[in-house]
Write a protein that binds this ligand. Sequence first.
Ligand code: BEZ
Length: 217
Amino acid sequence: METIENTYSMPRIGDVAPDFEAVTTTGKIKFSDFEPGKWKILFSHPADFTPVCTTEMSGFALEKDTFDGLHTALIGLSIDSIHSHLAWVNNVDEKTGVYFQFPIIADLDMKVSKFYGMLQPNESETAAVRAVFFIDPNHKIRLIMYYPLNVGRNMEEIVRALKALQFSDEHKVAMPLNWKPGEPVIVPPPKTLGEMKERIEDDSLDKVDFYLAKKTI
Ligand code: BEZ
């Protein structure tokens, strides 16, 4: 049987995002003071100067306007030194013209990686997996993605998931399979017999039955 080291933790959806102080490419930050009032996407990559990571970081940088428009701040992380981060940011900028303008945490002591379940020793004992944490303006973790070292993430899905979370909060609805902005959303199912009767009699919704009803907003 495997022993679980208590220094490793796995935050869960609904948890308050663990706070930390860290050295980043834009200076020292305390996470709880970082970009107050905004959504945050905290994401890890296994290592600087590696191919898949370069495509992913470039993907985040190229969507800067999208994330700004969604009132969302990006913050990257890997278990590399600040010197490595600076050299990589500069190299990618020189070679491709894509500049990683968001802060990247130099998590050399693995403190943040261990807090956020980014270090998954059966995948790698030294490199963070590809994690994405969606954190709302109240510091609550709302969605978590973990990808292995050998599969890059999907930027369209990251943006779609963020939009879905924000739309759900604003309109108190849920999103069906493959939902995209503009498509019908699911209204919460009734919780009482009275609400069920009302739902059955409501002709304004696109209904399969009382428990599966959609509307377009
Ligand atoms: C990459 O980003 O290409 C990569 C990084 C670590 C392990 C495998 C691939």
